[in-house]
Design a protein around this ligand. Structure first.
Ligand code: IMP
Ligand code: MG
Length: 183
């Protein structure tokens, strides 16, 4: 298979099985914490798509979902510039909003999203990120729920991309230098 993505992976950080356990654990915590609330899960596209799809099925109470898309990343490094490419469909008043992200890195993206969504008067707002890279933080921000803390390395898979590829890998890994071109 000349097109095999798996050949580009140097090291698996979180296997498919480990990922399932992590997501199930988060789902049961959220189920418990939101049992008397009006949960609205807000997915930040595209990176959180896979996580969102698995996480929502581990949540056993009523919930609604919405999507927004923001772009701040090109290749390996953040540009620091955040742009809304697609806004939410729902107004947030009355909802207990849970922002679902793939990774909390510099924190610039989530900080921006949080400020924006808070201004829309939700009943409450919390963050659930699959991955946390605390070493690279540029703005002070903490996730209310996180799946795993990872070192400051560029990772792909389970929704996370390198130049839009590798999102469909079912596990999380690092890329071989040979797969990273011209950066
Ligand atoms: P932040 O604004 O620096 O916190 O970056 C958040 C966004 O950058 C995430 O939603 C990802 O899309 C992207 N990102 C950060 N680190 C990685 C990585 O290691 N692999 C792939 N994407 C990443
Ligand atoms: Mg991304």
């Amino acid at each position: 298979m000349s097109n095999d993505m798996n050949r580009d992976i140097e090291r698996v950080l979180i296997s498919e099985e480990q990922m399932k356990e992590i997501v199930a654990g988060l789902g049961s915590k959220i189920t418990e914490d939101y049992k008397d609330k009006q949960l609205l899960m807000v997915s930040v596209l595209k990176g959180s798509l896979v996580f969102m799809a698995d996480l929502m099925r581990e949540i056993k109470i009523h919930c609604e979902i919405d999507f927004m898309s923001i772009s701040s990343y090109k290749g390996l490094k953040t540009t620091g510039v955040v742009k809304i490419a697609k806004d939410l469909d729902l107004p947030l008043e009355g909802y207990d909003v849970l922002v679902v992200e793939d990774i909390l890195d510099s924190g610039i993206t989530l900080n921006y999203i949080l400020k924006l969504l808070r201004s829309r008067n939700p009943k409450s707002i919390k963050i659930c990120t699959l991955l946390d890279k605390p070493d690279n933080r540029e703005v002070e921000i903490k996730a209310d729920y996180f799946g795993a803390v990872i070192p400051d390395e560029f990772v792909v898979g389970y929704g996370l991309d390198y130049n839009e590829k590798y999102r469909n890998l079912p596990y999380l890994g690092t890329l071989k230098p040979s797969a990273i071109k011209g950066e």
